[in-house]
Ligand binder design. Sequence first.
Ligand code: FES
Length: 164
Amino acid sequence: MNLKPETLKRIDEVITHYPVKRSATLPLLHLVQEDAGYISDEAIAWIAKKLELELINVLEVVTFYPMFKRKPIGRRHIKVCRTLSCALVGGYKTCETFEKEFLTHAGPTEVSPDGEVTVEFVECLASCGTAPVVLIDDVLHEKVDCAKAKQLAAQIKAEAAARK
Ligand code: FES
Protein backbone atom coordinates (compact mmCIF):
# COMPACT_ATOMS: atom_id res chain seq x y z
CA MET A 1 0.00 0.00 0.00
CA ASN A 2 1.34 3.37 -1.04
CA LEU A 3 -0.44 5.62 1.41
CA LYS A 4 0.83 9.06 2.33
CA PRO A 5 2.77 9.23 5.62
CA GLU A 6 0.10 11.53 7.10
CA THR A 7 -2.62 8.99 6.24
CA LEU A 8 -0.63 6.21 7.91
CA LYS A 9 -0.22 8.43 10.98
CA ARG A 10 -3.97 9.17 11.09
CA ILE A 11 -4.77 5.47 10.71
CA ASP A 12 -2.60 4.54 13.68
CA GLU A 13 -4.15 7.33 15.71
CA VAL A 14 -7.76 6.45 14.77
CA ILE A 15 -7.30 2.84 15.85
CA THR A 16 -6.53 4.04 19.38
CA HIS A 17 -9.98 5.66 19.58
CA TYR A 18 -11.74 2.29 19.74
CA PRO A 19 -11.80 -0.34 22.47
CA VAL A 20 -11.45 -3.10 19.86
CA LYS A 21 -9.54 -2.73 16.59
CA ARG A 22 -12.41 -4.13 14.53
CA SER A 23 -14.49 -1.01 15.28
CA ALA A 24 -12.03 1.08 13.29
CA THR A 25 -12.93 -0.65 10.02
CA LEU A 26 -15.18 2.12 8.66
CA PRO A 27 -12.87 5.02 9.57
CA LEU A 28 -9.90 3.19 8.06
CA LEU A 29 -11.81 2.54 4.85
CA HIS A 30 -12.68 6.25 4.62
CA LEU A 31 -9.06 7.27 5.21
CA VAL A 32 -7.73 4.81 2.63
CA GLN A 33 -10.31 5.88 0.03
CA GLU A 34 -9.56 9.55 0.72
CA ASP A 35 -5.89 8.89 0.03
CA ALA A 36 -5.99 6.25 -2.73
CA GLY A 37 -9.28 7.22 -4.38
CA TYR A 38 -10.78 3.75 -4.09
CA ILE A 39 -10.59 0.52 -2.12
CA SER A 40 -8.44 -2.01 -3.93
CA ASP A 41 -8.08 -5.71 -3.10
CA GLU A 42 -4.66 -4.81 -1.73
CA ALA A 43 -6.25 -2.18 0.54
CA ILE A 44 -8.77 -4.69 1.86
CA ALA A 45 -5.97 -7.13 2.69
CA TRP A 46 -3.91 -4.37 4.27
CA ILE A 47 -6.78 -3.15 6.47
CA ALA A 48 -7.68 -6.70 7.48
CA LYS A 49 -4.10 -7.34 8.59
CA LYS A 50 -3.90 -4.00 10.37
CA LEU A 51 -7.10 -4.71 12.33
CA GLU A 52 -6.39 -8.43 12.82
CA LEU A 53 -9.48 -9.43 10.86
CA GLU A 54 -10.28 -11.90 8.10
CA LEU A 55 -10.46 -10.49 4.57
CA ILE A 56 -14.19 -11.18 4.45
CA ASN A 57 -14.79 -8.95 7.48
CA VAL A 58 -13.47 -5.95 5.56
CA LEU A 59 -14.85 -6.98 2.17
CA GLU A 60 -18.40 -7.27 3.55
CA VAL A 61 -18.25 -3.69 4.84
CA VAL A 62 -16.85 -2.37 1.55
CA THR A 63 -19.53 -4.07 -0.52
CA PHE A 64 -22.38 -3.07 1.83
CA TYR A 65 -21.83 0.69 1.61
CA PRO A 66 -22.13 2.28 -1.85
CA MET A 67 -19.85 5.18 -0.91
CA PHE A 68 -16.86 2.86 -1.10
CA LYS A 69 -15.48 2.59 -4.63
CA ARG A 70 -13.86 -0.63 -5.83
CA LYS A 71 -12.19 0.92 -8.85
CA PRO A 72 -10.66 4.31 -9.60
CA ILE A 73 -13.08 7.16 -10.14
CA GLY A 74 -12.70 10.46 -11.98
CA ARG A 75 -10.83 13.42 -10.59
CA ARG A 76 -14.21 15.20 -10.41
CA HIS A 77 -17.15 13.33 -8.91
CA ILE A 78 -20.70 14.25 -9.89
CA LYS A 79 -23.40 12.66 -7.74
CA VAL A 80 -26.98 13.17 -8.87
CA CYS A 81 -29.78 12.43 -6.39
CA ARG A 82 -32.36 9.97 -7.70
CA THR A 83 -34.61 9.73 -4.65
CA LEU A 84 -38.28 10.71 -4.85
CA SER A 85 -38.25 14.51 -4.52
CA CYS A 86 -35.42 14.88 -7.03
CA ALA A 87 -36.80 12.20 -9.36
CA LEU A 88 -40.18 13.95 -9.48
CA VAL A 89 -38.71 17.25 -10.65
CA GLY A 90 -36.23 16.02 -13.23
CA GLY A 91 -33.30 14.39 -11.44
CA TYR A 92 -33.08 11.67 -14.11
CA LYS A 93 -32.94 14.27 -16.91
CA THR A 94 -30.26 16.14 -14.96
CA CYS A 95 -28.20 12.97 -14.72
CA GLU A 96 -28.69 12.25 -18.43
CA THR A 97 -27.40 15.74 -19.21
CA PHE A 98 -24.19 15.12 -17.26
CA GLU A 99 -23.82 11.68 -18.86
CA LYS A 100 -24.17 13.17 -22.35
CA GLU A 101 -21.57 15.83 -21.51
CA PHE A 102 -18.97 13.43 -20.13
CA LEU A 103 -19.62 9.74 -20.73
CA THR A 104 -19.50 7.53 -23.76
CA HIS A 105 -21.95 5.01 -22.33
CA ALA A 106 -24.45 4.97 -19.46
CA GLY A 107 -24.16 2.89 -16.31
CA PRO A 108 -24.50 3.03 -12.56
CA THR A 109 -21.01 4.44 -12.04
CA GLU A 110 -19.10 5.61 -15.06
CA VAL A 111 -15.89 7.47 -15.67
CA SER A 112 -15.26 9.73 -18.64
CA PRO A 113 -12.75 8.35 -21.18
CA ASP A 114 -10.08 10.83 -20.02
CA GLY A 115 -10.55 9.71 -16.41
CA GLU A 116 -11.53 13.23 -15.46
CA VAL A 117 -15.17 12.84 -14.37
CA THR A 118 -17.36 10.23 -12.71
CA VAL A 119 -21.14 10.63 -12.94
CA GLU A 120 -23.39 8.52 -10.78
CA PHE A 121 -26.76 8.39 -9.10
CA VAL A 122 -26.92 8.55 -5.33
CA GLU A 123 -29.73 8.43 -2.81
CA CYS A 124 -31.17 11.43 -0.96
CA LEU A 125 -28.66 14.21 -0.34
CA ALA A 126 -30.85 15.73 2.38
CA SER A 127 -31.84 18.82 0.43
CA CYS A 128 -35.19 17.61 -0.91
CA GLY A 129 -36.76 21.11 -0.80
CA THR A 130 -34.32 22.34 -3.45
CA ALA A 131 -34.56 19.37 -5.81
CA PRO A 132 -33.07 18.29 -8.14
CA VAL A 133 -29.85 18.26 -6.20
CA VAL A 134 -26.33 17.44 -7.33
CA LEU A 135 -23.15 17.08 -5.30
CA ILE A 136 -20.00 17.88 -7.24
CA ASP A 137 -17.01 16.81 -5.19
CA ASP A 138 -17.99 18.31 -1.82
CA VAL A 139 -20.16 21.17 -3.10
CA LEU A 140 -23.95 20.91 -3.15
CA HIS A 141 -25.77 22.41 -6.13
CA GLU A 142 -29.50 22.99 -5.83
CA LYS A 143 -32.32 23.17 -8.37
CA VAL A 144 -30.10 21.68 -11.06
CA ASP A 145 -32.27 21.46 -14.17
CA CYS A 146 -30.80 20.52 -17.55
CA ALA A 147 -29.71 24.08 -18.32
CA LYS A 148 -27.90 24.42 -14.99
CA ALA A 149 -26.34 20.96 -15.48
CA LYS A 150 -24.95 22.15 -18.83
CA GLN A 151 -23.51 25.26 -17.17
CA LEU A 152 -21.88 23.17 -14.45
CA ALA A 153 -20.50 20.75 -17.05
CA ALA A 154 -19.03 23.66 -19.01
CA GLN A 155 -17.41 24.95 -15.82
CA ILE A 156 -15.89 21.54 -15.07
CA LYS A 157 -14.55 21.29 -18.63
CA ALA A 158 -13.07 24.79 -18.42
CA GLU A 159 -11.37 23.96 -15.10
CA ALA A 160 -9.95 20.75 -16.59
CA ALA A 161 -8.65 22.65 -19.64
CA ALA A 162 -7.05 25.28 -17.41
CA ARG A 163 -5.08 22.56 -15.59
CA LYS A 164 -3.56 21.26 -18.84
S1 FES B 1 -34.68 13.41 -2.62
FE1 FES B 1 -33.00 14.44 -3.53
S2 FES B 1 -32.17 15.51 -1.88
FE2 FES B 1 -33.71 14.36 -0.96
